[in-house]
Design a protein around this ligand. Structure first.
Ligand SMILES: NC(=O)C1=CN([C@@H]2O[C@H](COP(=O)(O)OP(=O)(O)OC[C@H]3O[C@@H](n4cnc5c(N)ncnc54)[C@H](OP(=O)(O)O)[C@@H]3O)[C@@H](O)[C@H]2O)C=CC1
Ligand SMILES: O=C(O)[C@@H]1CCC=N1
Length: 273
C-alpha cells in the first residue's frame, strides 16, 4: 500500500462529512474520492462524485470508508462492485455504520464480486474538529497493513479504542457514537432552564456552552475521577447539592442514563444484519 492511502468515502452526510472535515484538516490527508449523491464541487484535495460510474478510471481505493445508513449499505456495495470490478481486488472496507456486522457486509461484498475484508470503526461527529473518539475492530481476515491504515484514518481525527470483540461495538455506539447527542441535549436543556430563570437567551446559551466546554476540558486535562470533580463543585448544603439531590435520585439520571444507553445498545444490535 502506498504511504498516502487512496480512500473512497462512500456516503458524505453527517458522519462522513465530519470525517472528511477532520481528514482535510489533518497534517497528512489521504488521497480522497467522495461518493455522495447530494454533494457537489471538487477541489485539489478531494474529488467528489455523485455515482460510482463517475469515479475516475485510474482510481483504485485501498480502503472504502462506508458511511451510508445501515439499510443502504448492500445497494451501495453492489453499485461499487459493478462500477469498480477488478479495481477492488486489494481493497478493504472500513464500515463506520451502526450495527452492521463484518460478516454481513463481507457477504454483501462477496455478492458484488469482491471477496474483501471488512473492518469496523464507530467514530463520532467531534471528529470534524479532530476531537473524535472511535471504537475500532479488525477481524482476523484483515491484513496488518489494512488494520494500520484503518486505525490511522480514525486516529487522524481523534482518539481510538481498539476492541478485541466486535460485539462490544454496540455498547461503544451507545456511549460515544451517540454520546455527543446526549451532551448537546444537556446544552439545550441548560440553556432553556436559564431562560426560564430569567436570563436572556444569549446569556443562557453562552453560559450553557461555556460550562460544558470547561467541564469537558477538565475531564480531559485532569487526573481526578469524574465523581471527584463533581464533589469539588458541591458545597455542603449549597446550590449544587440542591440540584444534585434531584438529578441523582435513583429514578432520575442514574436510572435514566442506564436505560437510554441500554436502548441504544439494543438498537445497534437490531441493526446488525
Ligand atoms: N451521525 C452520526 O453522528 C454517526 C453516524 N454513524 C453512522 O454513519 C452512517 C451515516 O450516518 P449519517 O452520516 O448520519 O447519515 P446521512 O444520511 O447524513 O449520510 C449518508 C449519505 O450517503 C448518501 N448515500 C447513501 N447511499 C448512497 C449511494 N449509493 N450513492 C451516493 N450517495 C449515497 C445519502 O444520500 P440519501 O440521503 O439520498 O440516501 C446521504 O447523503 C450510519 O450508518 C450511521 O450509523 C456513526 C457514528 C456517528
Ligand atoms: O443514531 C445513529 O444510529 C447513529 C449511530 C451513532 C450515532 N448516530
Amino acid at each position: 500500500m502506498p504511504s498516502v492511502p487512496s480512500i473512497l468515502l462512500a456516503g458524505c452526510g453527517k458522519m462522513g462529512g465530519a470525517l472528511l472535515d477532520g481528514w482535510l484538516a489533518s497534517p497528512t490527508p489521504p488521497r480522497l474520492v467522495v461518493l455522495d449523491r447530494h454533494r457537489t464541487g471538487s477541489d485539489d484535495d478531494v474529488r467528489i462524485v455523485r455515482t460510482p460510474s463517475e469515479i475516475p478510471a485510474d482510481f483504485q481505493p485501498d480502503i472504502i470508508v462506508l458511511a451510508v445508513k445501515p439499510g443502504a449499505a448492500d445497494d451501495t456495495i453492489a453499485a461499487l462492485g459493478a462500477a469498480l470490478g477488478p479495481r477492488l481486488a486489494r481493497t478493504a472496507i472500513l464500515s463506520v455504520m451502526a450495527g452492521r456486522t463484518c460478516a454481513s457486509l463481507s457477504e454483501a461484498a462477496k455478492k458484488a464480486g469482491a471477496d474483501i475484508p471488512v473492518l469496523r470503526g464507530m467514530p463520532n461527529t467531534p471528529s470534524a474538529i479532530g476531537a473524535g473518539i472511535s471504537g475500532f475492530y479488525a477481524p482476523p481476515a484483515a491484513t496488518e497493513e489494512q488494520k494500520t491504515v484503518c486505525h490511522d484514518l480514525l486516529f487522524a481525527v481523534g482518539d481510538v479504542v481498539t476492541l478485541d470483540n466486535e460485539k462490544d461495538l454496540s455498547a461503544v455506539t451507545a456511549i460515544s457514537g451517540s454520546g455527543p447527542a446526549y451532551v448537546f441535549l444537556l446544552a439545550e436543556l441548560l440553556e432553556k432552564a436559564g431562560i426560564t430563570e430569567g436570563l436572556s437567551p444569549k446569556i443562557a446559551r453562552r453560559l450553557a456552552r461555556g460550562t460544558i466546554y470547561g467541564a469537558g476540558r477538565m475531564l480531559d486535562d485532569m487526573p481526578e475521577n469524574a465523581d471527584e470533580l463533581r464533589k469539588a463543585v458541591t458545597s455542603p448544603k449549597g446550590t449544587t447539592a440542591a440540584a444534585l439531590e434531584i438529578l441523582m435520585a435513583p429514578d432520575a439520571w442514574p436510572r435514566t442514563v442506564e436505560k437510554a444507553v441500554d436502548a441504544a445498545t439494543k438498537r445497534a444490535d437490531e441493526l446488525a444484519n
